[in-house]
Design a protein around this ligand. Structure first.
Ligand code: HEM
Length: 446
């Protein structure tokens, strides 16, 4: 069962027992990558095999190889997920993230043009204001919960044109159901052995998933009757899109746009110099945000050290291919192999990033950072990277102007952010409590 197939024996592999032991202990993906895969990247290996999802998968660790793989959509299309996978059952098969070829091109064009219609900074500002109101005078607050509610309302307002009111109402039934679905899906036993889905089907999880998709379908139906200034309305203008495609893409955009950005809003970093906080005084405009390059660098650095998507969606090699690493090593990938781009390992390679484990935004001010791939690479990189960067820059600029914060002494996140276990290698901090104090005006603390 665990023997490496003959066609892949030219590649090094992570021993099976430590991998299974890591799953058995519920270790999260970023820790597993750092412990088990990073040593191979440090030795200069361009790729390594890992036993996961019940098979041997090639994890690519070299930037050049990744560039070649993500650019060649014909040789390395996105892998069609296994039939039994509940996660893929949830997002459906007609969505822009999973599709290939002509259907992907059409859906991608539709999503991109809807995203390009506007960058809703004013909406982000409004939501940040609501969030600050909710935070009252501060104190020890659960930041991962607050960011999740902020990004949910941001997706609601600008993508779906629907007010989830998640910031103001902590016990929103839609949000609690969605969280339960994701907690269920992230059961490590089912992630390591997807066959369990057939042996011990999770009936309750399926029911909850059905309810979650139905709530999004209701939003879609509502939008047909009451169009607005949001992505979904623009997508509905495209008359070629079928009902199933619309449904699958609404679910996908909801998932792709919510937890990713929420996870990105947490990083363990040293105290910043006041120069960062001095800039933003009021509510930022697009021009004001553009005039804050150091803030942009901090966000990019946080997306490097704690990439919200640790591994890209699997690709499948459809023919025998040879790709070359940065030092010219030939890497042969046989047809039929599943290929994972390991973003986290690339982001921690010492030969790409000096003192890679340290948070140092200056590297994004001064140096060539072509190995940065938090939004993916090639034609399938994130179409919403501009949207997400503005969402984060708005909130961070306003936070810096109005709040000061520290980690409580007994926080489990003191050394690095501790993420929760995720079904799709997302970095989402778990129970991140932060002590906030409101500034009176321009830098003084109340
Ligand atoms: C910090 C926030 C975000 C990060 C780090 C992020 C990261 C990524 C990455 C790495 C990919 C490429 C996946 C691959 O090649 O396998 C991707 C694709 C995608 N993202 Fe994002 N994303 C973010 C926010 C968003 C938001 C806010 C939306 C929607 C409003 C979104 C929608 C999408 C879509 C539709 C794709 C699929 C593109 C395609 O396959 O053509 N993302 N994202």
């Amino acid at each position: 069962m665990f023997a490496v197939p003959r066609a892949l024996r030219h590649l090094p592999h992570v021993p099976v027992l430590p991998t299974l032991w890591s799953y058995a202990r519920w270790e999260v993906e970023d820790i597993r990558i750092t412990k088990l895969l990073l040593p191979f990247a440090k030795r200069g290996e361009p790729a390594v095999l890992v036993y996961m999802l019940g098979q041997w998968i090639v994890h690519v660790l070299d930037h050049n190889v990744i560039k070649a793989i993500t650019a060649d959509l014909d040789a390395f299309p996105k892998e069609v997920p296994p039939d039994g996978s509940l996660f893929w059952h949830l997002v459906g098969r007609e969505n822009v993230i999973m599709n290939n070829g002509a259907p992907w091109k059409r859906l991608s064009k539709m999503v991109r043009s809807a995203l390009e219609r506007n960058v809703p900074i004013d909406q982000f500002v409004l939501l940040a204001r609501q969030l600050f109101q909710q935070m009252g005078q501060g104190g020890v607050l659960r930041w991962d919960d607050l960011t999740s509610r902020y990004t949910l309302d941001a997706i609601g307002a600008s993508v779906l044109g629907y007010d989830f009111d998640a910031i103001r109402s902590a016990n929103n039934p839609f949000v609690s159901n969605y969280k339960l679905v994701f907690d269920d899906l992230a059961d490590p036993a089912y992630v390591a052995f997807p066959i369990l889905e057939r042996i011990l089907p999770r009936v309750d999880t399926r029911r909850r998933m059905g309810e979650f998709v139905e709530s999004l379908q209701n939003i879609l139906n509502l939008k047909r009757q009451e169009p607005g200034n949001d992505m979904l309305t623009y997508m509905l203008e495209d008359k070629e899109t079928t009902d199933v495609q619309l449904r699958d893409n609404v679910v996908t955009l909801f998932i792709a746009g919510h937890d990713t950005t929420a996870g990105a809003l947490s990083v363990r970093a040293p105290k910043f110099s006041p120069a960062l906080a001095a800039d933003p005084t009021g509510e930022p405009t697009l021009d004001a945000l553009r005039a804050m390059p150091f803030l942009q660098a901090c966000i990019r650095e946080s997306l490097r050290v704690n990439a919200p998507i640790l591994e890209l969606i699997p690709r499948k090699a459809i023919r025998d291919t040879v790709v070359h690493s940065g030092d010219g090593t030939a890497v042969a990938i046989p047809a039929g192999t599943s290929v994972f781009v390991n973003v986290h390992a690339v982001h921690l390679r010492e030969d790409y990033w000096a003192q890679a484990a340290e948070f140092n935004p200056d590297r994004f001010m001064e140096h060539d950072t072509t190995q940065w791939m938090s939004f993916g690479l090639g034609p399938r990189q994130c179409p919403a990277r501009n949207f997400a960067m503005h969402e984060m820059r708005t909130l961070c600029a306003m936070l810096l102007a109005e709040w000061e914060w520290t980690l409580p002494d007994d926080s489990p996140h003191r050394d690095h952010i501790k993420n929760a276990f995720s079904v799709v290698a997302l970095s989402l901090p778990k129970d991140l409590y932060i002590d906030f104090k409101r500034r009176a005006a321009h830098g003084e603390l109340k």
